[in-house]
Design a protein around this ligand. Structure first.
Ligand SMILES: [Zn+2]
Length: 199
């Protein structure tokens, strides 16, 4: 398995959005690198302790790879982007101390992705992988607080309507992707990501 070549071409700005396929795959090395950080995130789950892990997505020699892994806290992490890196994209995990999974992008994740100029952002929560892709419709900057509030209210609305955490995340993430002109893909680990929304 290799990372979908059209995805790499899109991230490099070589092809337009409409040439991006509606399913995306990653190389085994990429899947494994993400899974390793997930396993580290939940290594002490039996004691109720979790830590977010993440890393930068870099393209080198035509391959997408996960580099510079760092850990944060249970509530977040800060990725260090070297000034020499012109390609800014990221992966991070969303572990939960009670073992819940299916937790998609937070409002702050959306705002950070937009404000940091990321081309793609990936989040793993359990067996689930969520992906956002910047498009020509995505604004350059957005206020963090506004999107944090909007995400929380959309999620709570869906969750109160007895949706699962995963379903509520997908509904809320899809709506904000629509608001911010982002393409949104979702899939199960080690399988294909499937398009949920594309502007
Ligand atoms: Zn996050």
């Amino acid at each position: 398995m290799t990372t979908t070549p059209a995805l790499i071409a899109y991230l490099q700005g070589l092809i337009p959005l409409d040439e991006l396929p509606d399913t995306l795959g990653f190389s085994n090395a990429m899947w494994q690198a993400m899974e390793n950080l997930w396993q580290r995130s939940i290594a002490n789950l039996d004691m109720g302790l979790v830590i977010e892990w993440g890393g930068l997505l870099e393209i080198s020699q035509g391959r997408l790879r996960l580099a510079r892994p760092v850990s944060g806290t249970a509530a977040g992490l800060r990725l260090i982007v070297p000034s020499t890196s012109s390609f800014v994209s990221s992966f991070h995990t969303h572990p939960d101390s009670q073992g819940y999974t299916g937790i998609g992008f937070s409002g702050a994740d959306f705002a950070d992705m937009v404000n940091q100029g990321e081309r793609i952002s990936l989040v793993q929560s359990g067996r689930n992988l969520f992906a956002l892709l910047r498009t020509e419709d995505t604004p350059v900057t957005v206020p963090v607080l506004k999107w944090r509030t909007r995400m929380n209210s959309l999620f709570e609305q869906a969750y109160r309507a007895r949706r699962s955490i995963l379903a509520a995340s997908l509904i809320a993430n899809r709506m904000i992707s629509q608001d911010l002109g982002l393409a949104f893909y979702y899939g199960r680990m080690f399988r294909q990501l499937v398009e949920v929304y594309r502007p």
